[in-house]
Design a binder for this molecule. Structure first.
Ligand code: NDP
Length: 277
């Protein structure tokens, strides 16, 4: 069965739109985009169009690729101190001359819509309330939407990045899955992935997961976005794996729309916390 991220996101967005319409004012997101990377531009436009449809205000701040670190920092600083701004999103990757880590950390964690700030990551790892990274949060929403059981299942995550692999592992663990985290130094990867009831691929290598790596009946979540010959391709060889999986996400229209959906929910949560509503 296909886990339809687009359809699920549309349904969850309808619920969120209704909630937003009941607020006293519109939640406001400021996106900072540095340079002209076409992939980043398309992600940012997707975020803008979804949040606008939800009745939220989103502004994209286009900055020149040669912008100084101080200018970006000052812009973030001004949004941190502007009570009208509920969420700040610094689109990654940044040009090499900018210190991504420092700039991400300069975002007030109470406006960190991406959930990447050290404080929000710390709250996740201490199992305390906080803003969760949008992609793992979107994956959890998708699994829940389809009623996929997590407790007691063996989840294998390929990838350990701070934005996907590590947080999704912790979120699955907190839902009582038994979690194995794998990475580029893992030996005998296929032997491990074949044990997965739930397999999460967050690698960044087109069609990396082949059918010999997947157990019959596994739930397969493909996070990867790779551009091959102008087409979007996931980390999973969909055609090979789909017949043996019980559930599988397509690329596109799988995890991507769920990430944006989770971002909308994050902005809503930030607004509620800031306004005490
Ligand atoms: P990173 O490059 O930060 O992390 C990739 C991870 O994959 C690393 O932990 C790396 O291991 C691991 N890896 C690389 N090669 C292998 C290998 N041969 N065997 C096992 N593990 C390997 O990527 P991200 O986590 O940021 O993103 C992963 C993918 O997800 C990308 O395609 C990205 O575009 C996509 N993505 C999609 C989103 C969406 O909304 N759908 C959102 C965010 C990302 P090691 O740590 O040892 O280097």
């Amino acid at each position: 069965m296909i886990l339809d991220g687009r359809k699920t996101a549309d349904e969850l967005n309808l619920v969120l739109k209704e909630k937003v319409s009941l607020l006293k004012s519109k939640p406001r997101l400021e996106i900072i985009l540095v340079g002209n990377d076409p992939a980043s531009l398309s992600y940012v436009k997707g975020k803008l169009s979804t949040t606008e449809k939800l009745g939220m205000v989103t502004n994209i701040n286009y900055l020149d690729e040669h912008v100084s670190e101080k200018e970006v920092y000052d812009l973030i600083h001004s949004f941190n101190h502007n009570d009208e701004v509920n969420g700040i999103l610094l689109q990654l990757p940044l040009p090499k001359h900018l210190n991504s880590e420092m700039l991400m950390e300069s975002i007030d964690y109470r406006k960190d819509v991406d959930g990447f700030h050290t404080i929000n990551q710390g709250l996740l790892f201490q199992k305390k309330a906080g803003i969760r990274p949008a992609t793992p949060k979107g994956i959890m929403m998708l699994l829940d939407h389809y009623g996929i059981e997590i407790e007691g299942k063996h989840a294998v995550v390929i990838g350990r990045s701070q934005i996907v692999g590590a947080p999704i592992s912790k979120m699955l663990l907190d839902r009582n899955a038994t979690v194995t985290i794998t990475h580029s130094k893992t030996k005998n990867l296929a032997e491990i992935t074949k044990q997965a009831d739930i397999l999460i691929a967050a690698i960044g290598k087109a069609k990396f997961v082949t059918k010999d790596m997947v157990k019959q009946g596994a739930v397969v979540i493909d996070v990867g976005i790779n551009r091959v010959d102008g087409k979007l391709v996931g980390d999973v060889d969909f055609n090979e794996v789909e017949p043996i999986a019980s559930y599988i996400t397509p690329v596109p229209k799988g995890v991507g729309p769920m990430t944006i959906c989770a971002l909308g929910y994050n902005l809503y949560e930030l607004y509620l916390k800031q306004r005490g509503e």
